[in-house]
Design a protein around this ligand. Sequence first.
Ligand code: NAG
Length: 209
Amino acid sequence: MKFQSFFMLFLSAAIAASTTLGTDSSNLVSSSAWKCLAGLGRTYAILRGYQSSGLLDPNAIQNIKNAISGGQKQVDVVLYPCFPCGNAQGQATVLVDSLRGQKYANIWIAVQGSQWSSTVGNNQLFFEDMADAILTLGKKFGIYTSANDWGNIMGDYSYYSGSPLWYYHYNNVQSFSDFQPFSGWTAPTLKQYNASSTLCGTNVGLDWS
Ligand SMILES: *[C@@H]1O[C@H](CO)[C@@H](O)[C@H](O)[C@H]1NC(C)=O
């Protein structure tokens, strides 16, 4: 436990030492737009991989290719789960299998939206199935949520607080100073500070770490 907190401190110090600017999108972004974003210092692309309707994002593969050819240094994908569809493991498997061979790093599981169960225990079990499946398939995951949404959907559930947290707070400020610890997370990894901005002719979310 002591070692772990030391390691977390070390990690957050390492993260704080250099700034990363990210751009997220659920749309198809052209290679030239990614290049333009890279020219603005935004070299971390976060793309929708799986839709909350329960389908792979039809643009996911082309979007990853465009981001890479547009000079993005890291590409991650977001999995928006479909709780009512059931089969969390199957959803994770479709995403990972469909993107096999594509140059993306991590999967962010989104815990937000209104389609979850009103029973937090059901949501926790669904999440565990999804997270386990991703790890078994050899990928790493983080969690995209806010204190409010996590509390409403998962309750005060800290089992995954060792996983990277990407939180949203749309105050347009590139800083973690607004972050309040919740459900075991004492520090975030990434912040989405603007949900809807227009850069390089495309509608994007803005991220910072
Ligand atoms: C997000 O960025 C856009 C400009 O790109 C700005 O107009 C908008 O006010 C920002 N949103 C917030 C919440 O500050």
